[in-house]
Design a protein around this ligand. Structure first.
Ligand SMILES: Cc1cc2nc3c(=O)[nH]c(=O)nc-3n(C[C@H](O)[C@H](O)[C@H](O)COP(=O)(O)OP(=O)(O)OC[C@H]3O[C@@H](n4cnc5c(N)ncnc54)[C@H](O)[C@@H]3O)c2cc1C
Ligand code: FES
Length: 391
């Protein structure tokens, strides 16, 4: 993976919906862009009065393009007097065609498993469709069955709708679910169902099969879908997901209560039925389901974890032993009942920085910007032996 920033010129700004705009970015140096996998994101440096902030945006176009990238950004307007979102509003309101912005190389483990031949469900809510559109560009070159399911408020905020329909092949099924369609949406029959995606809706539209799923959207949407998909027989290991906000594990969040406005309009008895997937298909293909490469909390693609040792969290007066299945010191701390600061969980934002009192660590993923001497980013490090941290 390449690190560091390059300058990109905004070649085009395209309004995709009332609140979402795409930015076409071309490298100022004219060289090919860094390689991106469909689903990965770029990090943009946002200037502020006292320095800069780093904000991540998924590549929303064809990741195979070497001349530039496209990102597609929702304007985060402050509600009830709250300030507007800093990064998204800078992009929407300040950045103009011809301006140059600093962008770091594509990152992230949420990307399409291109070796798989399984049918794919791309399931998104709101602006969470951006990585899915990038994946759809790649998937149309394959003979895999694709189910592109997108939920949003209505047509006025539905971005990239025509592009998705244009990318669909005979093997692609698109399903748009609007929570509150307008009269124009109704007249144009712009959506396939009204309300929230529920079990009966998925059962009706997804034939029995051996799916892998890519999931992205608002946290509540992701939690609901994550639990729903498992109730329908899809194992966790086949559900890859990406948070657009503060990252974490969906396993640690409780399922929300059922919505009253189900997209299926099915009777509760029908909604209670299970299995869109064929349980036998999971067992027969390979006994142990192979994890989708991109699960957010997967152990990074480094070989075996060799370092084992005691990790002391000094301020919390706690300790834990490093072991298999733990992906970072941050996760180890959380497992020990500590609640350290974090945001991106991928070495970008610096929120998890803490002082290393003693011992040595190694990065599982290079941080975008090195922390100050004697400090580490615990979201992307593991111990090389006994370690004492100042948290
Ligand atoms: C891997 C990844 C990929 C992403 N991809 C995309 C993408 O493709 N497209 C996209 O649009 N976004 C994407 N995001 C989200 C994006 O990175 C930003 O988080 C998003 O644009 C909001 O940042 P901001 O600086 O505009 O808002 P922030 O300044 O961070 O504010 C966030 C929200 O908080 C509100 N707020 C601010 N202050 C207060 C306060 N005092 N009280 C109450 N509310 C307050 C703001 O109004 C805003 O709604 C992605 C994030 C990640 C981690
Ligand atoms: S949580 Fe963002 S760098 Fe660690």
């Amino acid at each position: 993976m390449t690190t560091g920033f390059r300058d990109f010129r905004v070649a085009q700004k395209v309004t995709e919906s009332d609140i979402i705009t795409s930015f076409y970015l071309e490298p100022v140096d004219g060289a090919p862009v860094w390689e991106a996998r469909p689903g990965q994101y770029l990090t943009v440096r946002v200037p502020t009065a006292d320095g800069h902030l780093l904000k991540s945006y998924s590549v929303s176009g064809d990741a195979a393009q070497t001349s530039g990238y496209r990102i597609t950004v929702k304007r985060e307007t402050g509600l009830d007097g709250a300030p507007d979102g800093v990064g998204s509003c800078w992009l929407h309101d300040v950045v103009q065609v011809g301006d140059e912005i600093a962008v770091a190389a594509p990152r992230g483990t949420f990307y399409l498993d291109e070796e798989s031949t399984r049918p794919v469900i791309l399931l998104s809510g709101g602006v969470g469709l951006t990585p899915m559109v990038s994946m759809l560009h790649r998937l149309r070159e394959t003979d895999r069955d694709v189910y592109f399911l997108h939920a949003c408020e209505g047509g006025s905020v539905h971005a990239l709708r025509d592009e998705v329909l244009g990318l669909a092949t005979a093997r692609t099924k698109t399903l748009f679910v609007y929570r509150s369609p307008s009269a124009e949406d109704e007249a144009a029959q712009a959506f396939d169902a009204k309300g929230f995606i529920d079990k009966a809706f998925l059962q009706r539209h997804l034939p029995l099969d051996d799916y892998e799923v890519y999931l992205c959207g608002p946290t509540l949407f992701m939690v609901a879908m994550y639990h729903l998909l498992q109730k329908l027989g899809i194992p966790k290991s086949r559900i890859a997901y990406e948070f657009f906000g503060k990252g974490g594990s969906l396993d640690k969040v409780e399922e929300p209560t059922r919505s009253k406005t189900a997209a299926s309009r099915a009777a509760p008895a029908i909604q209670a039925l299970t299995f869109v997937t064929d349980p036998d298909a999971w067992a027969s293909a390979d006994e142990t389901p192979r994890p989708v490469k991109a699960t957010f909390d997967a152990v990074p693609d480094t070989p075996e974890i060799t370092a084992k040792g005691d990790v002391v969290f000094r301020k919390s007066d706690a300790s834990a032993t490093w072991g298999d299945g733990v992906s970072s010191l941050l996760e180890l701390a959380e497992n020990a009942g500590i609640d350290p600061e974090f945001s991106c969980r991928t070495g970008i934002c610096g929120a998890c920085e803490c002082r290393l009192i003693s011992g040595e660590v190694e990065y599982t993923q290079a941080p975008l910007e090195e922390p100050e001497d004697g400090h580490v980013l615990i979201c992307c490090t593991r111990p090389k032996g006994p370690v004492v941290l100042d948290i």
